[in-house]
Ligand binder design. Structure first.
Ligand SMILES: *Cc1c(COP(=O)(O)O)cnc(C)c1O
Length: 413
């Protein structure tokens, strides 16, 4: 029997049971077993279709099984997949040049997962602080935002302000300070001569799709330049057209010194991440400073190249801008009394329900109606469908959300 045949024999119920038995319980999945994906849709074993509004946490921007990406991947599978960085490859060369052009940055450090990209940026910032800025050894400080989400390594959860992310995982890496997100005065007060960098998400997606005030990003850029502090945007979730621009910092004049990239860079196929940055910072790494066995592997490079190419060819940036606005305004126009607020930029939209609304029941209603969405923190349901979505499907999402909200609203009465 082939592997595929073995997988096809597993029922939805068996898949859930086996996963709960053999997997650590570090997630609480929706009670859905997906067996197939195509475009903006995913399907369970019974053949039920769902509109994928989770979009693998924004990692599936090009849609499930984008033909362009899968064709590129299949072609590469007959050539070479993994070499390590002990050698050069033409795939990596083209990936580096293309990603520099796509991000308008000078150099790249290729990694695999988002957390690794963040760790890489932190190492670069520290080494830059000691070797270029002149911060005394082991004194470098990095500022982060309260309610941040940057991944799950010990260093990263160490500067999280979410109690559960840290509880029982200490001791943590020193040298980080969390300041209120969106408060420029707080940053001014926190900067010292030893501040190496400020690491922030342009929009706090996991935190509940939270926006800083208008003008904040641009002011931050100015402040960083004036104080010789590096500005690092974590665009792992907001990047690659998700917010209606290639990168969320482009909504203001806020070009960073480094950008952390991941998720959608992998084309919805597998993990590809990177730090893109300016030469002055990126060139502090010398051989032996940092590395990754799979980072920059030829297969990942090809997948990322195809993902970026398709984003440009299909104008996913324009699509995200236009249809994101339609989705946000459509949900706002419901004026539904179960809804506290609808926030969003591009196809990253959060629907916050009022306190007292049964979010568990709402979740069930969404599933029943074939809408895959999950709560972030603070009663906010995430709508981040693949960017290849069309106008009719946005209308369909709004219609189904209306039905789901109507089903739970009576609990208020
Ligand atoms: C998902 C995410 C990460 C972590 O990426 P992983 O690939 O899960 O390690 C980091 N930062 C942000 C903003 C994210 O959304």
């Amino acid at each position: 029997m082939t592997i595929r045949e073995k997988i096809q024999q597993i029922t939805d119920a068996q898949a859930m049971e086996m996963t709960e038995k053999y997997c650590t319980h570090n997630y609480h999945p929706l009670p859905v077993n997906l067996v197939r994906g195509e475009g903006i849709y995913v399907y369970d074993g019974a053949g039920k279709q769902y509109i994928d509004c989770i979009g693998s946490y924004s990692a599936v921007a090009n849609g499930h099984l984008s033909k362009f990406i899968i064709d590129a991947l299949k072609e590469q599978l007959d050539v070479v997949t993994l070499t390590s960085r002990a050698v050069y490859t033409s795939e990596l060369a083209l990936f580096l040049k293309t990603l520099c052009e796509f991000t308008d940055m000078d150099m790249i450090c290729p990694m695999n997962t988002g957390a690794e990209a963040v760790e890489t940026a932190l190492k670069l910032a520290r080494k830059w602080a000691y070797t270029v800025k002149g911060v005394p050894e082991d004194q470098a400080e990095i500022l982060v935002g309260e309610e941040n989400f940057h991944g799950r390594t010990i260093t990263i959860v160490g500067f999280s302000t979410e109690a559960q992310y840290k509880k029982n995982f200490g001791p943590f890496t020193p040298g980080f300070k969390a300041i209120p997100f969106g408060d420029i005065e707080a940053i001014k007060n926190a900067i010292t001569p030893n501040t190496a960098a400020i690491l922030l998400e342009p929009i706090q997606a996991e935190g509940g799709i939270l926006f800083p005030p208008d003008g904040y990003m641009a002011e931050l850029r100015k402040l960083c330049t004036e104080n010789k502090v590096l500005l690092i945007w974590d665009e792992i979730q907001t990047g690659f057209c998700r917010t209606g621009k290639r990168f969320a910092w482009q909504h203001e004049d806020a070009k960073p010194d480094m950008i952390c990239l991941g998720k959608a860079l992998g084309g919805g196929v597998f993990p590809v991440s990177a730090v893109a940055g300016v030469k002055e910072v990126m060139e502090v790494f010398v051989p032996g400073d940092h590395g990754s066995t799979f980072g920059g592997n030829p297969l990942g490079c090809v997948v990322a190249l195809a993902a970026m190419q398709e984003m440009i060819d299909k104008d996913l940036e324009g699509n995200s801008h236009r249809l994101g606005r339609k989705l946000k305004e459509g949900l706002q126009a419901l004026n539904h009394f179960a809804v506290e607020e609808v926030r969003g930029r591009g196809l990253l939209v959060g629907l916050e329900v009022r306190e007292g609304i049964d979010t568990h029941k709402l979740s069930e209603e969404f599933l029943k109606l074939g809408v895959l969405t999950k709560e972030t923190r603070s009663r906010t349901f995430r709508f981040a469908p693949p960017l290849v979505i069309d106008e009719a499907m946005i209308d369909e999402i709004i219609a189904r959300v209306t039905t789901a909200l109507n089903a739970v609203a009576p609990v208020l009465a």
